[in-house]
Design a protein around this ligand. Structure first.
Ligand SMILES: Nc1ncnc2c1ncn2[C@@H]1O[C@H](COP(=O)(O)OP(=O)(O)OP(=O)(O)O)[C@@H](O)[C@H]1O
Ligand SMILES: [Mg+2]
Length: 336
């Protein structure tokens, strides 16, 4: 199911939590929404999932407007939605099986069907044979698997994940993301993945929107955004995932500071040597890293370039011709 948001606004008192958000979330994809704490991510999810009404703006599921539904229609439409959270929100008085059965019991489904479906779901999330386990005996990763099974119990078309892996260690995070990707494909789900971790976007999402102070500041296909981020907030998130950050770099006093981004084949080529030979440029590498995004290699390098304005200009031209994306961080010396 496709989700479309038009001009969504939500304020609490004088605080604008969500400010004019318009977004198309294509059907059958994993769409990441990343932002710092307080950016408005959870508020936005509550608006998209009809848990709260916006002050103004519109929410569509396919062609159906859903933010103006009556109470009865709302209950019906909300059946198309599954949700998982950082804190799992499981019922500790029930074992794994009874947690997964819970939404089906509420819908009044037949007992035989529920029992069969629970076993199926336990299998899908990799917990076969653990149905009798009390929740307190499960690890964080296993609890999230139970929560995923419960969210899928009534065959939703949309799955909202609000910081679903934030309480998990990196290895468990990867296994849960892999499970979500598998389930998304198998069940043709539209997954909205809320996170503050760029790793989650890199490893699980097809598209990403960057939310800052209630506004979308950048959006696009994940590989494109990683290769060519345009907003400072996005660049900040990226530097945390590559460990290449200009804030840790000790710059030379004379030369201009640059961030170079390489993607795909250009990561294999000795581009800097070629450009140095061709132009006489001096490259001083301060930090560098490479990562894989959607099967494509992405390199990033923070460096200063000298020795003279003229040579720097020619070097930049050569780099751009070779498909390198360059950001100037601001020169302290004679470079124009
Ligand atoms: N029910 C509420 N009443 C008053 N203020 C709220 C309410 N819900 C959210 N806010 C405020 O709206 C802003 C956005 O909050 P929100 O929870 O959406 O951020 P978030 O991006 O999910 O943050 P986090 O990463 O910490 O979960 C915050 O300043 C928050 O204090
Ligand atoms: Mg939140």
């Amino acid at each position: 199911m496709e989700i479309r948001l038009k001009g969504l606004k939500k304020h609490y008192g004088t605080l604008l939590a969500v400010e004019d958000v318009s977004l198309d979330i294509p059907s059958n994809t994993i769409f990441g929404i990343i932002g710092k704490s307080g950016a408005g991510k959870s508020t936005l999810v509550r608006l998209i999932s009809m848990l709260e009404s916006p002050d103004s703006g519109e929410v569509y599921y396919d062609d159906k407007r859903v933010d103006t539904l009556s109470k009865g229609e709302l209950i019906e439409e909300r059946r198309k939605i599954g949700m998982i959270f950082q804190t799992f929100n499981l019922l500790s008085s029930r074992n794994a099986r009874r947690n997964i059965a819970y939404p089906m019991e509420i819908c009044g489904m037949k007992k035989d069907y529920i029992e069969k479906r629970v076993e199926e779901l336990l299998d899908i999330v990799g917990l076969s044979g653990r149905g009798d386990a009390p929740i307190s005996t499960l690890s964080g990763g296993q609890k999230q698997r139970v929560a995923i099974a419960r969210a899928l119990a009534v065959n939703p078309e949309i799955l909202f994940c609000d910081e679903a892996t934030s309480a998990l260690d990196p290895q468990t995070t990867r296994s849960i993301l892999a499970l979500l990707k598998e389930i998304q494909k198998k069940m043709n789900l539209t997954v909205v993945m809320i996170t503050h971790q760029m790793e989650v976007v890199r490893d699980a999402c097809d598209f990403v929107a960057v939310l800052d102070q209630g506004r979308i500041v950048e959006t696009g296909n994940v590989a494109d955004v990683f290769a060519h981020p345009r907003n400072d907030v996005t660049k900040d998130f990226l530097s945390s995932v590559t460990n290449v950050s200009e804030s840790v770099v000790r710059w030379s006093q004379e030369n201009g500071h640059y961030t170079l981004r390489f993607r795909g084949n250009s990561t294999d080529e000795p581009i800097l040597s070629e450009v140095a030979n061709a132009t006489g440029a001096l490259f001083n590498i301060r930090a560098a890293g490479v990562q894989s995004v959607d099967g494509e290699e992405m390199g990033v390098m923070v460096l200063d370039i000298g020795p003279s304005a003229d040579i720097v200009r020619r070097a930049i031209e050569e780099l751009v011709n070779r498909g390198v994306i360059i950001e100037e961080e601001g020169a302290t010396g004679g470079v124009v």
